[in-house]
Design a protein. Sequence first.
Length: 570
Amino acid sequence: MSTRQHLKLGEILLKEGLISQEQLVKALDLQKKGSSDAVGTILFKLGHITERELIESLSKQLNVPFVSRDKGLLKPAPDQSLEKLIPEELARKHLILPLTRTGQSLTVAFSDPTDVLLIDNLRKITGLHINRVIAMKGDLEHSIGEFYGEGGMLKSAIEASYLDREIVFAQDSEDKLSLDDIVASAEKGPVIKLTDLMIRQAIKQRASDIHIEPYPNKVTIRFRIDGVLQEIPPPDKSMLLPLISRLKILCKMDIAEKRLPQDGSFRAAIEGRTIDFRVSTIPTVHGEKMVIRILDRSAVSVDLGALGFDERELTLFRKAINRPHGMVLLTGPTGSGKTTTLYAALTDIKSPGINITTIEDPVEYQMVGINQVQVKPSIGLTFASGLRSFLRQDPDVMLVGETRDLETAQICVRAALTGHLVFSTLHTNDAPSAINRLIDIGIEPYFVTSSLLLVIAQRLVRRLCPNCKVPVDIARSKLPESLRDVKTIYGPKGCDACSRTGYSGRRAIIEVMTMNEEIEQLALRKASSTEIMAAAVRGGMVTLEHSGYKKVAIGETSLEEVLRVTMAGW
């Protein structure tokens, strides 16, 4: 028997040159101080070794073969009914995967091959001798999903041959398909199951949108997770038409219309939560593209304190939203969390003594105790026409989903000047630019200064995964000045918990500009946004970049993420 397996893991890592003696001593010291983790796990968490190096070293220590996805070794043998030997629930719970059966032996991949209790249970459940191999957790999670039908749901559905072969989607034959054939294929059980699985996977991965995109020889499906699109295993091109048609049926869209954009929605109860889906299609040269916006109210924080405001910023915001009249603006690009912040503000001030009315396009989340109106331009219900009616409804607070034209802006300003509190959004890059934008729309400067209370610019940055974030080595000279004295700056690494991205969830970075005398004087003489920005900073405003740097300093996000979102490095 090799003496290698008698070596401790730390000694193997030292012999392989993967760690230094000092790093090993530090890990052992942490273990002595009460850490429940094994030495290898501590070294991994400290960023001294990768997960692969840890697992390969464990393989050598335990004399258990190492298998990985990239070498094609973590793929169960077909036609052996292995899923019946080890149920999906058991495989997911313990991160194990049956690979092959030979006679009375079953080879199983483990994330922890030292779990003798689990091995004994598997022996009893299967009635077979268990041969152990070891694999990385991320590889196992992915392969388990593919084998049992969730992670690789699209490939699995295609391999099941659920489509009739005579219905082939191709650019030159698309118009020849009968409507009856399209409906029939969309209503097939496997297509329905595939649609459900796709939606469930998107929700499980905290996706905000699903993009279904046609190209000449393929279909691409991407999920937007934490603001970034990530591609998932795609289906065959022949699947596009029934998949799109199935979703159109759910939305009560016209499935025969493929030349014009369409919008629709549907609602589903999933795992005890009611989730709304907004669906949009556009015709492209290769077929219809569909985007599904997932609106999960349970995933949205309506607590102002949980949005990422600093104490000073939160105090300023709360002071403004509790004023009896005036205008509060949220600025930022689409998807920057403006609506969520406004909903949180309404929740904060909502009471039986206040009449709150909103006009939105669309109404993303329905809120009890607040009168919400959906814009419908097709019947003449626009922001401007709705607002004119609002003023006859005795409102105390009005929320306008977006100020996009002169008429809407004028009504908002007049309402703010006549005893109403008005919330709205603008598309500008920063808070000071909101003043210039209102003036450019056509609002007189003296109306802007008289009505505007506060402007917030907002972006969303991805939060570093707390399970795998690691210290990064950046030359102090390359850091922003406010970060040069920070002892440790963290960056992403990637682990099973964050799907190898290094990030999990998002937080707001915020720029809060309150009106003061200097800013009002600049607005009256139509000064540039640069001049207004300088005055706001002198008045105590923290810019978006510096708000982001504060979160870098406390290890909540990475410097590269702040630079990506604010473009401060450009």
